[in-house]
Structures are given as structure tokens and as C-alpha cells.
Design a protein. Structure first.
Ligand code: ZN
Length: 312
């Protein structure tokens, strides 16, 4: 009996603590959303672009600094016109300005930062084409601009920044098998290591997007055959290779959600366009993280295991 009580206590404890964490996260994204919407109201820059800049910087700087809910770190040169950080109560000569009305332009204040970034973007105009140019002049990196614009399109479509659902890339009813093969040696194309997980399945088994994101790449690649690349809102590039074909209505720039069918399992690749059957049919699935400077691959196997468990 005592033992049973313990289990009850533990279960209640786990449910409570689990809920508190989830609530704290909801609370934070609600606060962020309010700030994005407020910035839109005063700058006319649609909230999803402000949110996408914040989301992008979240991958560059990890978590927001103490006492903040947004992750954007502004360059002092942009803020005050000098490379040194200046005091909040000195009026800056750059883009830094006072968003929350406390008479200070504080480079560590969420509202001041969003207001300043919003004003900067607005100086180029409020259309996507204008915002693209403003972002390019701010970040000077094509992939960064593209990622922010794509993330904004995802936020716009789903009207939220809390997009945590995931799916397993092949239907669980299908016959498939996979194991951890990270770092195995490859035969084709010289000395390479295996950067991904192979999910073996029959020709034609549907391949699904595992995540919310945007189709960034679609076409032939000598190693990957017919392949699709999807970048998610966490600046992770999901790579689906050796496909037999693509879903008819899928094109670069499309917003996708977990479970959307993007193609079918095949054995394409290892030669010029159309080469197929040089190995058993399988989906090669790879994940690449970008941090604004570099891109590196990491092992998708543990994630696949988790999504497989989560999928119905
Ligand atoms: Zn592979």
C-alpha cells in the first residue's frame, strides 16, 4: 500500500512539474507574440518578419539573455553609430531608440530593440521585397535573409510561433527498417562518411515532411539523386534523398507542415540524372544546423526514434 501511495505521489508530481514547464514556455511565447504585434502596430512591419528575425537570432545566440524574452543581439555600431556599447540614457546616433517609453534607448531591452529593428526595416518599406533588401544590408548573408523570409512565411501561414509538432518521415504502417549508421564509411564519390540515417522501405512508400518549414531545394544531386531540402524555423536543413519521385504539387518556396507528403521512397542517385537501382531503395535522411556562420551535420537517429514513438 505504501508503495502504491508513492507511485501516486510521483505521478502527480511529474504531471504537475511537466505542466509548469509547458505553461512557462506558453507564457513566454505569449509575451513574445504581444511584443511582435505591438511592434507591427507602431512600425507597420508585419509581425511575422519581426518574429522571424527573433527566431533566427535564437539559433545564433541560443537563449535570450537574463530578463529578456527576445533573443536579438544588436550590434553597437547599428545601435549607437560607434563600435562601443554606450549608456542607455545617452541618445544614440544610430538606429537605437526608446520603444517602451522610459526615456532610454537600452540595447538590452526587448521593446527598445524590436522598435529599433522595426524602424530600420520600415525605412526600406513594408513589402517583402523591401524587407529583403533591409535584411541583406543588416546581415550581409544570402542564406540568412532567405531563412528569415521563409520563417516569416511559416509564421504567417500558421499564425503562431509555437510550432513544435513533428512526424516520422515514412508511414508507421509501411514496412521499413533503420538503424544508427552515423559516420559509416561510404563507397561512392571518394572518402566520405555517412551523414544521416537510411530508412529502408519499398519503392513508392510515401515520404513525409518531419517538420514545419519551407522547401529550399528540389532536384537532382549526383550523390542524393532526386532530393528535397526543407529548412525549419530552427534553421535546421532536413535532407531527403534517393527519392523515386516528388509530390506533384511540391515546389521550392512552399510552406510545409509535419506529415505533408513530399515524394516517394526510391533508389535514385550515384550518377547522372535519372540513375537508379544502384542500391536497395531507401530514404536517406540528413539534418544540418546553420548558425549564421557555419553549417554542420548531426545525427538524426535519436530524433527519428522520438518522432517514431510520437507518431500514430
Ligand atoms: Zn544514407
Amino acid at each position: 500500500m505504501k508503495y502504491l501511495n508513492w507511485i501516486c505521489f510521483l505521478t502527480v508530481f511529474l504531471i504537475l512539474t511537466g505542466n509548469t514547464t509547458a505553461l512557462a514556455k506558453d507564457d513566454e511565447s505569449l509575451k513574445r507574440m504581444n511584443l511582435y504585434k505591438k511592434t507591427e502596430a507602431v512600425t507597420e512591419i508585419p509581425w511575422e518578419y519581426i518574429a522571424a528575425v527573433d527566431q533566427y537570432e535564437r539559433q545564433v545566440y541560443d537563449d535570450p539573455s537574463e530578463g529578456r524574452v527576445t533573443a536579438i543581439q544588436v550590434d553597437p555600431l547599428f545601435w549607437s553609430g560607434t563600435p562601443e556599447k554606450i549608456q542607455a540614457d545617452i541618445f544614440p546616433e544610430g538606429w537605437g531608440s526608446d520603444g517602451d517609453g522610459d526615456g532610454k534607448a537600452d540595447i538590452e531591452n526587448d521593446e527598445d530593440i524590436l522598435w529599433s529593428i522595426g524602424n530600420y526595416l520600415k525605412s526600406y518599406g513594408t513589402k517583402e521585397e523591401d524587407i529583403k533588401i533591409a535584411l541583406w544590408n543588416y546581415y550581409k548573408r544570402d542564406l540568412t535573409v532567405q531563412t528569415i523570409i521563409n520563417t516569416a512565411n511559416v509564421f504567417k501561414k500558421f499564425q503562431t510561433v509555437s510550432l513544435t509538432d513533428r512526424d516520422f518521415p515514412v508511414p508507421k504502417q509501411a514496412n521499413y527498417s533503420y538503424r544508427s549508421t552515423w559516420g559509416d564509411a561510404r563507397g561512392f564519390g571518394g572518402r566520405r562518411i555517412h551523414e544521416g540515417t537510411d530508412i529502408f522501405a519499398n519503392y513508392g512508400v510515401p515520404v513525409k515532411s518531419t517538420t514545419y518549414g519551407v522547401i529550399e531545394m528540389k532536384g537532382w544531386n549526383r550523390f542524393g539523386g532526386w532530393r528535397i531540402g526543407i529548412r525549419d524555423i530552427y534553421n535546421i536543413y532536413h535532407y531527403y534523398a534517393h527519392l523515386q519521385n516528388f509530390s506533384e504539387d511540391i515546389k521550392v518556396g512552399d510552406v510545409v507542415k509535419p506529415g505533408d507528403v513530399i515524394g516517394a521512397v526510391g533508389a535514385s542517385g550515384y550518377g547522372p540524372p535519372g540513375t537508379s537501382g544502384k542500391f536497395p531503395p531507401h530514404l536517406h535522411y540528413g539534418m544540418y544546423q546553420d548558425n549564421g556562420k557555419n553549417e554542420w551535420s548531426f545525427d538524426p537517429y535519436p530524433y527519428l526514434k522520438r518522432w517514431e514513438k510520437m507518431a500514430e
